[in-house]
Every structure is written in structure tokens, then in C-alpha cells.
Design a protein around this ligand. Structure first.
Ligand SMILES: C[S@@+](CC[C@H](N)C(=O)[O-])C[C@H]1O[C@@H](n2cnc3c(N)ncnc32)[C@H](O)[C@@H]1O
Length: 330
């Protein structure tokens, strides 16, 4: 990967439709937009200023998912976050919507940071990290603080609860906008993690952050992750619900869909997502993609342990766990 004078990497884009290598237009900004594909002729347009690299064949379905997803997130009050609180994530401020949830998420992030990211950064090289299902971009912002060059990809451009919100976190060169020791960068684009618009073996970290359970096919998502992963790279799954008993996962997903149907009139399942993970499924699909998993267990504290026990009793089934899953190439 070549580096420019401002040290923001030029990402090795490839066409999500035909796989041809793409030339980057608008170089020097964190919102690059590739030039038209020389393979299939597709021009790349923008939404909310973000280059749209979603696959043409799946675009209508992805957009329906994104619209429903954004409607649900807004109804949950997640759009009411101040820029200062957005910049502080995953650590919540007193005004952060759903702060209790962020307290749990911060523990997952800290576990990943201490046991996976910082040891890898200790060698001094800037890592290239893919933040898949990046949402408002908080993880990419943190990765840049740690010195990584992050590429935040999502299918949802919404300016409050989707990738559009991440524009508040970075300047025109893709540097994090607040003062501090950040040496990395953030690049933003719309893309589907099942059709990654990147060349093979081009990134050091592939991170699904609260996102892998939205996949309709673990085998496709993990094969794509493995394709773009450099030989010594790491795939990371953060904050996806894991169940030991798949029946408990299915029950959770059915309740969730019924709840959405009742409240919004749609089930918010336009992608046919798997909705939950099991270690067994991940082992099997990982093996097929040439990946082997290990797990870190964040310490969420006694309140979380009590809450899980109480939920188990109330629901009469297992409630989800949120381990940090790490995979290297076999
Ligand atoms: C629960 S949110 C997590 C957002 C963010 N990573 C975070 O931790 O707050 C899941 C995100 O995954 C995105 N997503 C779902 N399916 C996707 C796909 N196939 N490709 C890219 N993003 C996807 C959604 O649009 C959403 O922003």
C-alpha cells in the first residue's frame, strides 16, 4: 500500500461488482471516491458525501435494511448524542444515550485494546484496520488515536446513527478532529462486508464491531474477511451476542423481530441476518475460511453478572454473552 505525503494510506480499492482494481479519485481527503471502474464501467456516486461502494446487485436490499435500521436507532434515542460524547465513545458521558450499554461495550473494547491491539502496535508499525459495520465510526476514531490507519465501512449513510455521523470525528485529511496524540487516520466509505471493495491481503486487522450477527451468511463474511487479511493479520469479533444453546439464540431473534413488528410495522430483517453466534458455528465457518479462533472474556462486573442471572430466570433461557473472538490464519 503506498502512502501519501500526509501519511493517509491510499486504500487498494477494487470494484465490488467485477473485482477490477480501482483508481482513487479525490485523493487527500478522508472521503475518497474511486474513478469509474475500467473493468465494468460502473461510475461511483456519493451519498451523504460518502463514496458508495455497495454492490449494485444488492443495493436495494441493503438500502432497505439501512433505512429500517436507522429508523429503529433513532426511535431508541441514539441520535441524540452530542459531538463531545460521540468523541468520548466507547466511554459514556452523563448525557450519552443508553449509557449503561456503553459501560458494557467499553469493557469489550478495553479487553481488545489491552490484549490484542496494543501488543500488535508495540512493534511500531502503523496497522491498517478495517472497521466493518462501523456505524457512527467510534471504533475507527479510537483506532486512529492508537496509531492505526482505519477504514470504516458500513451500508448505512445516515448522518445521525450511520456513517454520516463519523464525519464529525475526522478532518479533511482523515485525522481525528480533537487535540491529542493521534497519529493514525480514518477513511470512510459505504460498502457491504460481504463484498469488500478491497484487494486481497491488504489489511492487518479486520474488525466486526457489533456487526457480524447482521451477516446473512457467516461463511461469506468470514471468507471475505480472510481474503483481505494480510498473512499475519487478525480477525476480531466484538460485541456480537453468543449463545451456547442455539435454541436460546433463535428465541431471542424471534422475540426481537416480533417486538420490531409490533412497534414499527416491520421486522428489520431485510438482510436475513443470522442474529446471533455460537462458538461451534464460528469454528466451523472459520475453518472453511482458513481461520482459527480463540476467545477473551471481558470482565463486565457484578452488576452485569447479576443482570444475566436475573434475565435467565425471567426468560427461562440463556441470555447472550459477549466474548471477544480473535482469529488468525491457520
Ligand atoms: C449494531 S451496529 C454497530 C455499529 C458500530 N460498529 C458500533 O459498534 O456502534 C451494526 C452496524 O452494522 C452495519 N451493517 C449491517 N450489515 C452490514 C453489511 N453487510 N455490511 C456493512 N455494514 C453492515 C449496520 O448498518 C450497523 O451500522
Amino acid at each position: 500500500m503506498t502512502m501519501k505525503a500526509d501519511d493517509r494510506p491510499r486504500w487498494p480499492w477494487r470494484c465490488p461488482d467485477c473485482g477490477a482494481a480501482l483508481e482513487e479519485g479525490d485523493g487527500g481527503t478522508f472521503l475518497p471516491c474511486p474513478l469509474p471502474c475500467t473493468g465494468c464501467g460502473r461510475p461511483f456516486t456519493r451519498e451523504e458525501g460518502l463514496a458508495d461502494l455497495r454492490p449494485a446487485a444488492a443495493k436495494a436490499r441493503l438500502q432497505r435494511f439501512a433505512d429500517e435500521y436507522a429508523a429503529v436507532r433513532r426511535a431508541e434515542g441514539r441520535d441524540a448524542i452530542a459531538v463531545a460524547d460521540l468523541r468520548a465513545l466507547p466511554w459514556p458521558g452523563p448525557q450519552t444515550p443508553l449509557a449503561w450499554e456503553w459501560l458494557i461495550r467499553a469493557k469489550s473494547y478495553e479487553t481488545f485494546l489491552d490484549h490484542a491491539l496494543r501488543p500488535r502496535l508495540a512493534g511500531g508499525a502503523a496497522l491498517r484496520a478495517l472497521d466493518l459495520g462501523a456505524g457512527v465510526g467510534w471504533l475507527s476514531h479510537r483506532l486512529a488515536w492508537e496509531g492505526c490507519h482505519a477504514l470504516a465501512l458500513d451500508v448505512c449513510a445516515d448522518r445521525h446513527v450511520g456513517l454520516g455521523a463519523a464525519r464529525q470525528l475526522v478532518d479533511l485529511q482523515g485525522r481525528v478532529a480533537d487535540d491529542g496524540p493521534a497519529t493514525g487516520s480514518v477513511t470512510l466509505a459505504l460498502a457491504d462486508f460481504n463484498h469488500l471493495p478491497l484487494a486481497d491481503s491488504s489489511v492487518d486487522l479486520v474488525i466486526f464491531n457489533a456487526a457480524l450477527h447482521y451477516s446473512p451468511s457467516l461463511s461469506t463474511s468470514l471468507a471475505e474477511a480472510a481474503r483481505v487479511l494480510a498473512p499475519q493479520g487478525l480477525v476480531v469479533v466484538l460485541d456480537s451476542p453468543f449463545y451456547e444453546d442455539a435454541a436460546a439464540g433463535r428465541a431471542m431473534a424471534a422475540e426481537r423481530r416480533a417486538g420490531f413488528m409490533k412497534r414499527f410495522g416491520f421486522a428489520s430483517d431485510a438482510l436475513g441476518s443470522v442474529d446471533y453466534l455460537t462458538r461451534g458455528d464460528l469454528a466451523q465457518e472459520g475453518l472453511a475460511a482458513g481461520l482459527r479462533w480463540r476467545y477473551l472474556i471481558p470482565h463486565h462486573g457484578w452488576r452485569w453478572t447479576l443482570r444475566r442471572a436475573w434475565r435467565r430466570r425471567r426468560l427461562g433461557r440463556e441470555s447472550a454473552a459477549f466474548p471477544v473472538a480473535l482469529a488468525e490464519r491457520l
